[in-house]
Ligand binder design. Sequence first.
Ligand code: G6P
Length: 619
Amino acid sequence: MCGIIGYVGKKAAAPILLEALRRLQYRGYDSAGIAVLSDDGRLTVRKKVGKLDDGLARLVQDQPVTGHLGIGHTRWATHGPPSDENSHPHLDQSGKIAVVHNGVIENCDRLKERFLKAGHIFRSATDTEVLAHLIGDHYDRQPRANGQPASLTQAVCDALREVIGTYGIAVISSEHPGLIIGARRGSPLIIGIGDNENFLTSDSNAIVAHTRQVVFLNDYDVATVTAERFDVQNLGADTAKVQISRLEFASEEAERGAYSHFMLKEIFEQPRAVENALRGRIDFEAATARFGGLNMTVAELRSIERIVIGATGTSWHAALVGEYLIEQLAHLPVEVEFSHEFSTRNAPLQRDTVLLVLSQSGETADTLGALREAKRRGHRALSIINVVGSTIARESDGGIYMHAGPEIGVASTKAFVSTLTILSLLAVHLGRMRMLSAAQATEILRALEAAPAQLQSILAQDAAINKLALKYASADDFFFLGRGYTYPIALEGALKLKEISYIHAEGYSAAEMKHGPIALIDPKTPVVFVIPQDSMYEKTLANLAMIRARRGPIIALATEGDTQIQNVADDVFYLPKTLEPIYPILAAVPLQLLAYHIAVSRGCDVDKPRNLAKSVTVQ
Ligand code: G6P
């Protein structure tokens, strides 16, 4: 989704801004722009719809901009279609103030009406331009002593007090050549602290090549940033809580290396992602898992009566696997909700219900909304998050980090498998406080420990999956079916394929297929069965026979040594043998590779699929 960068220092701003925007591309965008302030206060804006290298970067090459301070933005359209005019930065009525903005200004229509009546001219259909005019209006209304410029910080604060909605913003003014103002509410913003230079960004990936020292701003914080210092005030409190944190990942982790796409790199990083998720968390002596950050005593964990898991997209599929894991290993009732439905439908929750939210980015607005709703109602809210220091991680009562490293490909892969690993550990942890025997728990922990090597052996068969992909790449429709633990994996397999190849794909429980969707089966519609040798095997086999009887081509993901399946499937990919609850971790990977190779063969932009954003920070 939209990305923000701001720079103030001694270096030329434009190349730094463009490089940072390049690093923000993975989030999904449709246009990009920068505003640079020259040392003598000339404000120049360059913005362009389309891909960064073909659009903005070329424009800046043809029409260079000079200065040591600037702001930049990648836009993912909300108000108004992608166009040069709607791209950020936007200027106020005077043309002196430039603003970039992530989020949505909900009362923008009313504000715009007010300015239209006052004769303002708007050049775009965006809410951001209205915000720029609002800041400019407050700036112009300030009394000035002896021709001194007004306070930009004050103008931003006054404007934001009038705003309803969400924002992460960076603001500059030609009357303040050394200054950037940043502010956030509901949309992330980070100060990057450099040596005689400072940064503002919505995503630490954009600045990690320059600095690891950061301040994660909180809601209602307004930051005044110069090359030498920064000050933070809070619109709602007397003082702002400012804490300097250190970014942990190395910048090369955000590089593609020899892989043709980030998604492929991240698929191949999964053995390590599982290892990192397990590291230090297995206690074989007590036959359990341990976590540092849940912030709950054993007595509190034991008194949980029900868990609601909230998530969206791929994380929602991980949640469905979590439901099977926790219900079966810990005998705790679990309900899985889309975050957005949970936060709006006012579900009655019994007192000892805990909300667990899952989010790779830790910034998904829908999931943040669910977390805040649960907390507002007095429930404890836990989270499993990848991005350290993200808003959800910071607002949770307790949580578990994935330590999967940055995930750049829009389609989530390693974070999914990492979440499944942590959910398995959590189920063991909760189970051991209830009814799970030491022997059962040990078996599961051993299977988890074996998973990285098993994933390696799956990845070693990438060429075979590629071959399979080429065979089926021209299909218009796909079905993915599974039962029990692998039902959510079928949903995820379908999602991966539709996200990056734009092929229509549906995931179903193999049992549900006969209740309607089977009407769509014909010889042109491949059906992927996730059918390991688990407790569902025979039943799924019967479901498979129904598809075969209707001449649907069948691709089976089965367990090594299953000779029966070869007689009924057109193609078989074998998974190493594991325990039933661990099959989701293994089965996810060949489906990711299948989607990847199909998308590549169809010429799709795998890392930046059309219309999608990596982290969706609007509700
Ligand atoms: C977006 C992405 C999906 C992702 C979902 C949840 O829609 O395009 O790939 O699964 O957000 O993201 P989260 O960061 O909360 O896991």
